[in-house]
Structures are given as structure tokens and as C-alpha cells.
Design a protein around this ligand. Structure first.
Ligand SMILES: CC(C)(COP(=O)(O)OP(=O)(O)OC[C@H]1O[C@@H](n2cnc3c(N)ncnc32)[C@H](O)[C@@H]1OP(=O)(O)O)[C@@H](O)C(=O)NCCC(=O)NCCS
Length: 155
């Protein structure tokens, strides 16, 4: 298994996984997420690719891309409430549904930690949807803890 930054020709394989994430989100939060995988969503991978503040990490196993993550360097300037915050945001993260619970996510996360340190970043942030208990269990296993919540009620 090799974890590394993606090559341009691998963006289609990344999109196959991005569709899995969108399907999961659509099923879990249908009032928020648009179903399907329209061209707009597919092409967004190029926006990520062309952004100098973002990188796409992939995990390759037996010649197949079986996991990916979007790594986004974010630097928020100081404001009246908060100090400057400089961190790595993991924006998308997915392991192919047929490769889950085989340690791919763990390998990807190890790469991300190393990547963050190499870029002088010592804090990794991510957000996830509350219904996604599998992701929560994984992230907590990886040492992530909730530091902020979004709440909602319907009226
Ligand atoms: C969440 C996800 C990335 C985990 O990847 P994975 O490759 O299956 O995880 P690993 O095999 O590396 O798991 C490492 C450890 O995390 C924990 N873990 C992983 N998935 C878990 C689950 N579904 N339930 C409970 N614990 C879990 C376990 O402790 C596991 O170790 P073990 O298998 O030896 O018990 C994967 O399920 C996934 O891609 N889900 C769909 C997309 C998604 O939800 N992305 C995140 C939000 S955008």
C-alpha cells in the first residue's frame, strides 16, 4: 500500500470515491445534500487541484486508488475575538467501500500527520456530519476530539 499525493491522471479515480461520499451524505442528510454526481460536483476536483493551498492525497493498493483525502492549508488571521489560526483542514476523506476496515484510513491519516508536520503545521482540523457514526468512530480512534458543535432544531 502506498500513500502519496495524487497525479493529475488519477483525478477520475478520486471522483469515483467523491461520489461515494456524496451518496452517503445524500442518504444521511437529504434535505441538505443534492443527490447524484453532476458535472459541477465532478469538476470541482479541478478547483481543488488548481488551488496552491490544497493537495490531494491518495492511497494506492494493487494498482487501484482505494482512498483519498483533501488537505487544505488554512490560515485565519487574528480578529477581535480570536488569535491567528494556522492549521491543516482535512476537507474530504474516503476509503473505497470495498476496502474499508483494512487499515487504509489509518495509513492515510498517518500520511496526513506527516504531511502536516513537514509543512510546519501542528494542528489538524476536520468537520463531519453527526449522522456519520462510522466516521466519528474512526476519527476518535485516530485521536480526534470534538472541539466545536453545530446544532439545529426544526420548527
Ligand atoms: C471512515 C472511514 C474513512 C474509515 O476508513 P477505514 O479504512 O475503513 O478505517 P481503518 O480500517 O483504517 O480503521 C482504523 C480503526 O478505526 C476504527 N474504525 C474504522 N471504521 C470504523 C467503524 N465503521 N466503526 C467503528 N470503528 C471504526 C477501528 O478502531 C479501526 O480499527 P480496527 O478495524 O482494527 O478495529 C471509511 O469508513 C469511509 O471512507 N467512510 C465513508 C466516507 C466517510 O464517511 N468519510 C468521512 C466523512 S467525509
Amino acid at each position: 500500500m502506498a500513500v502519496r499525493l495524487a497525479e493529475a491522471y488519477e483525478l477520475e479515480a478520486v471522483n469515483r470515491l467523491r461520489k461515494q461520499v456524496n451518496d452517503l451524505h445524500t442518504a444521511g442528510k437529504p434535505e441538505v445534500f443534492k443527490p447524484g454526481f453532476p458535472a459541477e460536483l465532478r469538476d470541482f476536483v479541478h478547483v481543488i487541484w488548481n488551488d496552491p493551498e490544497q493537495d490531494i492525497a491518495v492511497c494506492e493498493r494493487e494498482g487501484e486508488i482505494c482512498g483519498f483525502a483533501v488537505l487544505h492549508h488554512i490560515c485565519k488571521p487574528e480578529n477581535p475575538f480570536m488569535y491567528e489560526r494556522d492549521f491543516l483542514d482535512v476537507d474530504e476523506f474516503c476509503v473505497d467501500e470495498k476496502r474499508r476496515r483494512q487499515g487504509v484510513g489509518r495509513e492515510l491519516m498517518a500520511f496526513i500527520r506527516k504531511y502536516a508536520r513537514e509543512h510546519g503545521l501542528h494542528r489538524i482540523e476536520l468537520n463531519m456530519w453527526e449522522f456519520n457514526r462510522d466516521a466519528l468512530a474512526f476519527y476518535e480512534t485516530e485521536g480526534f476530539a470534538t472541539f466545536r458543535r453545530y446544532m439545529e432544531t426544526f420548527v
